[in-house]
Structure formats: structure tokens, C-alpha cells
Design a protein around this ligand. Structure first.
Ligand code: GLA
Length: 387
């Protein structure tokens, strides 16, 4: 949908007059998976698709929320904005963010009519929910002159996910959606939120996203289970070495401590985290050197570790990655995001992109009975007002 069409839809719904338009992107993570909530490194980029928010302040004492991707309109009094609706309701992502402002006594002084529309496929592991949260935060902040910085909005968005969706996520998705920059990936240290924007100049190579169309749902508990398993690993190591997060250990140090983790599953979870952090650090060095072959190998290693040690890939993601690696022009392929379904990310040489999409699509459907979708990623900017 074009912005003009969105404005038309807004006026049809809420009446003629001006409105402001905000946008916040989804993200694709190049490498560094399930490391963020362990104080490790991630390397995501913001996409050119995401969620739009059209907003007009009113003299009413209620806020109206509507999404063109969903059917229900919500009309909520300003005093009703801090309570989540029923589990799974999309409006919880919006309310969860507004509730964070209110917690800091930043209370909307008047009503607003709000319309959302997003083109990040839901459940594709490309952070549709983070893009909705961040666009809400950016819009509310600016419309009501709350004067919070972008990092606060990123943190509010993460809290919305914890408190209103029950997913104890790390900060990667919201950070990428809020702080992304066109043609750059974000090398983020989740321990202290220091970050570097690294130019992504992939001469002759494209980032191809493959949506398995096997939706993941992180609120089904598997994600939180992994978070808890990592905490259990920290607990097991603590009597021998005091750490707050697995991210404090390099693989060598981890190997010398691993025998303290008696549970074999927990040990593998922790091994994924520490090796993934190291892969991410190496991948950034290789990208800066322009060594895409090495970068691709690290992506492959990431997927294999997520499959074997962390066990978050599943049949569909594995099939797609396997098919992707058979294409001659594929430099690296892995799952991206939380896993359990969702999307893959591959680096593919320009001249092979068409063949990649065709052949991977066929093999994937043959094996799973599902039709996948492919997008050549464009790296965009983080959340902001666009009109
Ligand atoms: C989800 C979470 C992120 C991160 C990834 C896995 O996308 O929201 O915080 O943990 O999974 O890397």
C-alpha cells in the first residue's frame, strides 16, 4: 500500500483532516541468534518493510486503534491504556508501549485516532511485533511531546513484549527497528548496548530472506524455555565462577567450566550461546575485510549450532537451509530470528538469485508441502516520522 492509500483509508475511518505518518521497520538478523538475552553480540539490520502508523490527536478522552491487517477497532479511555487485552491480541503491543510512558507519568493529555498497517508477514521471524511496538513509541513520543530519546523507546518496546505479550525477549528486535540505518547492520553488544553501524557493501551479493510460511509463535513458551535454560546454565556455573550472563565466557573458558553443568541439554544450550557470540564477533571482522566467504561459513555454523545444540530450527527451516546450500551461488544460509518456524537468511551471488528462489522454492515445497516466499532484502532506516 502507498502512503496516499493509507491516508485515504485513515480519512474513511476517522473523517477528513490531517494526520501524521510514522514508520518503523522489521529486521533480519545476519548472525548472533539467541545471544541478546545472554549479554552477547547480535548483528541485525532494519528492513525496508515494516509498520506504518497514522495518527491524529483529538479532543476526545479516548484513543481509537485500528489495524488494516486486523478487523477489530478498539476505543479505549485514557485510563484504560495500562491493562492488557486478552492474550494474543495485536493491540497489546500498542498498549504495552503506551503503558510504559504512563508508568513514567507521561500520560496522553487528549485522545487520538490511530491506524496501523504493516507489510512484515506475521510470524515470519522478521519482527512484525517489534516494528509495531517501536512505531507506536515513536509516534506517541512525538505527538504528545514526551521528549524521550530513541533508546528509551526501544526499551519501552522490549518491556511491552515482556509485560503485555509474555515473551521474555532480548533487545535485538526493538533495537534494530529503532536504531537501524539504511545499508548498515548494527553490531550490538547487548551487555551494555554499545553499538556500531557497520556498512553492508555486498558487492555482487544479495541478502535473500526465505519465509517458510510455517509461522513461529514465540508466546507458546519454547522461547521462554530457552531463556530459562540459559539462566540454569549460569546457575550451574556460578559456584565455580561468578558470572551474570553466559556472554561473559569465551568458548575456551566455557569448555573448562562445562563439566559443572550436569544436565546435558543445558550444557548444549550454553555451548550454542558462547560459540554463537564468538561467531558473531568473527563475522563482523570478516565483513569489514570484505571476506564474504568466511562470513557465509560462520552463518552456516550458526544454523548448525541452532539446529543441533539450541534446537530451535525444526523441519521447515532445516529443509529450506539445506536446499539453499545446494545452490552454487549461495555463500551462507541460516535461520534468522527466534526460530521454531519463521524465516531463513542467505547470502546469494547476484547471478544466482533467480535460480535460488526457483530451486529452493521447489525443493522446499516438495519436502514440506508448504509454499515458501522469498524477498531480496533492502536495508532501511529505523523508526521515524515520515510525513
Ligand atoms: C526473538 C527475540 C529476540 C532474540 C531472537 C533470537 O526475535 O525477540 O530478542 O532473542 O528471537 O536471536
Amino acid at each position: 500500500m502507498q502512503i496516499d492509500e493509507l491516508k485515504e483509508a485513515f480519512e474513511k475511518l476517522y473523517g477528513k483532516g490531517d494526520c501524521h505518518v510514522y514508520f518503523s521497520p522489521g529486521r533480519v538478523n545476519l548472525i548472533g541468534e539467541h545471544t541478546d538475552y545472554n549479554g552477547g553480540f547480535v548483528f541485525p539490520c532494519a528492513l525496508s518493510f515494516g509498520t506504518y502508523c497514522l495518527i491524529r490527536k483529538t479532543n476526545n478522552d479516548y484513543i481509537q486503534l485500528r489495524s488494516l491487517n486486523q478487523d477489530k477497532t478498539y476505543k479505549l479511555g485514557i485510563d484504560e491504556l495500562t491493562q492488557p487485552l486478552e492474550k494474543g491480541n495485536w493491540a497489546n503491543y500498542v498498549l504495552g508501549v503506551i503503558a510504559q510512558f504512563i508508568k513514567e507519568s507521561l500520560i496522553p493529555t487528549c485522545g487520538a485516532d490511530i491506524l496501523f498497517w504493516g507489510n512484515v508477514p506475521n510470524g515470519a521471524g522478521l519482527s512484525s511485533s517489534a516494528s509495531l511496538e517501536v512505531v507506536t513509541g515513536v509516534a506517541i513520543n512525538e505527538e504528545y511531546n514526551f521528549d524521550k530519546d530513541q533508546l528509551s523507546i526501544v526499551k519501552y518496546s522490549q518491556m511491552a513484549e515482556h509485560e503485555f505479550a509474555g515473551v521474555m525477549c532480548g533487545i535485538m528486535d526493538q533495537f534494530a527497528s529503532g536504531m537501524g540505518k539504511k545499508n548498515h547492520a548494527i553490531y550490538l553488544n547487548c551487555e551494555n548496548l554499545e553499538y556500531e553501524l557497520v556498512p553492508v557493501n555486498l558487492e555482487g551479493v544479495k541478502i535473500v530472506i526465505g519465509n517458510t510460511n510455517s509461522p513461529h509463535s514465540l508466546d507458546e513458551g519454547k522461547y521462554n524455555e530457552r531463556v530459562a535454560e540459559c539462566r540454569a546454565a549460569v546457575e550451574a556455573i556460578n559456584p565455580s565462577k561468578k558470572i551474570a550472563n553466559l556472554g561473559e565466557l569465551c568458548p575456551t573458558e566455557f569448555n573448562s567450566l562445562a563439566n559443572h553443568i550436569k544436565n546435558e541439554v543445558i550444557r548444549r544450550r550454553a555451548r550454542h550461546v558462547v560459540t554463537e557470540i564468538e561467531r558473531t564477533q568473527k563475522a563482523v571482522i570478516e565483513l569489514k575485510k570484505g571476506n564474504l566467504t568466511a562470513f557465509g561459513q560462520l552463518m552456516n555454523g550458526s544454523h548448525d549450532s541452532l539446529r543441533d545444540d539450541y534446537e530451535v530450527t525444526g523441519y521447515e527451516l532445516d529443509c529450506m537451509v539445506e536446499a539453499a546450500r545446494k545452490i552454487e551461488g549461495t555463500i551462507g544460509a541460516r535461520m534468522t530470528g527466534g526460530g521454531f518456524g519463521g524465516s531463513t537468511v542467505s547470502l546469494v551471488k547476484d547471478e544466482y538469485v533467480e535460480e535460488f528462489i526457483h530451486k529452493v522454492g521447489i525443493e522446499y515445497t516438495e519436502k514440506t508441502g508448504i509454499v515458501g516466499e522469498f524477498y531480496v532484502a533492502e536495508i532501511g532506516d529505523g523508526g521515524k516520522r515520515i510525513e
